[in-house]
Design a binder for this molecule. Structure first.
Ligand SMILES: [Fe+2]
Length: 368
């Protein structure tokens, strides 16, 4: 099969998506199906096999039931943006379905039509499955010619150093991502996610206020080092958006951003890509960023940990979560594929609320 062309979004019935996204469109509530929340703040999981943890007697829904139904997709996008990450079990999904899914979720959420699917800056052109498919492996980075060499115990990266949101070095970073692990290790290789909404909510009002005036520089240093190591002459251009071009792999974003769909505020700096806070001295910036990075990695109560099984699928929203893989694999193999949709330029609406504030207000409204 000929490789899919770069930045060619999957064929999507835009008229059907627009009809589903219209205010008068059909409303689907995925919470009427059997599910459980993994933690109070982040993660919701659906099972298709009558999971023992669900005693509700609610009907079972599979990701396959949702994939071709725009109204259900719209509900899924909303749920992912509220819960940060949503898991499905026992679902086989092809790489092209992964791409179509994340692009559809983004479009239904109102992302600009110029935002397509992300192409990794180091990806060699003309991959078999298309340039937009990221192959995730503990053995290599972005293709088999880029061998990893840190799999043994004493060479492993410290776990807390790996927390990130995908591609925040791009001027138009990611919204939805979909990952499935196709070669599942018997044990190890779990993925953790943390809620950026909860990270914001766990800061004191004074700290929140201070952070809201700040912006930060994000840079894809890991890719720059990778390119130097492997002699990649230049990064891919037009990485899914007309604004994601150039060889600098850097962008400036607000430290606190408002999620365009939920309207909730979240912390938007991460250890992998955020280099410095623009308005502060280097020393101030280093200290504050170290605190914020630790704030995300140290608070287990804003995190969820997911154990991969064959045919597990995770769908998350990079605008309101951080994630990190666990490198406890040694000689085991963990390989999968990820599709990544581009969202919009991050912004802060000073009048927006935190997740807790918004939910409390909603509850008060319901009681009044
Ligand atoms: Fe990632």
């Amino acid at each position: 099969m000929a490789p899919a062309a770069i930045n060619e979004p999957p064929r999507i019935d835009m008229a059907a998506l627009k009809a589903a996204a219209a205010p008068q469109g059909p409303v689907v509530d995925l919470r009427t199906f059997a599910h459980f929340d993994n933690t109070p703040g982040i993660g919701t999981e659906f099972r298709v096999d009558g999971d023992y943890r669900d005693k509700s007697g609610k009907p079972i829904v599979s990701l396959r039931d949702i994939l071709d139904d725009p109204a259900s997709l719209r509900a899924l996008g909303r749920l992912v943006s509220e819960r940060g990450v949503v898991f499905f079990r026992n679902t086989e999904i092809s790489t092209q379905e992964q791409l179509k899914l994340v692009h559809s979720l983004g479009l239904l959420g109102g992302k600009p039509e110029t935002s397509g699917l992300h192409v990794n800056p180091c990806t060699a052109p003309g991959q078999n499955e298309g340039d937009e498919v990221a192959r995730i492996s503990n053995n290599y980075v972005f293709g088999e010619k880029f061998k990893r060499d840190q799999s043994k115990m004493l060479l492993r990266r410290v776990g807390k150093h790996c927390w990130h949101s995908d591609i925040t070095y791009e001027p138009v970073p990611a919204d939805y991502a979909c990952l499935t692990i196709r070669t599942v290790p018997e044990t190890g290789g779990d993925t953790l996610w943390a809620s950026a909404y909860d990270a914001y909510d766990r800061l004191s009002p004074h700290m929140r206020k201070f952070l809201e005036g700040l912006t930060a520089l994000h840079k894809g240093l890991g890719f720059i080092q990778l390119a130097q190591k492997y002699g990649i002459p230049e990064f891919r251009e037009n990485r899914g958006s007309p604004e994601n071009v150039g060889q600098d792999l850097e962008a400036i974003h607000p430290v606190i951003r408002t999620h365009p769909l939920t309207g909730w505020k979240g912390l938007f700096v991460n250890r992998e890509f955020t280099q410095r806070i623009v308005e502060l001295t280097p020393y101030e910036s280093d200290q504050l960023l170290e605190f914020l990075f630790n704030h995300v990695s140290d608070n287990q109560d804003i995190q969820v940990r997911f154990r991969w099984e064959p045919n597990s699928v995770a769908i998350w929203d990079n605008r309101c979560t951080f994630h990190s893989a666990t490198f406890d694999l040694d000689d085991n193999v963990r390989e999968g594929t990820r599709g990544l949709s581009l969202g919009e330029k991050p912004y802060l609406d000073p009048n927006s609320l935190s997740r807790r504030e918004a939910l409390e207000k909603q509850q008060q409204g319901a009681q009044a």
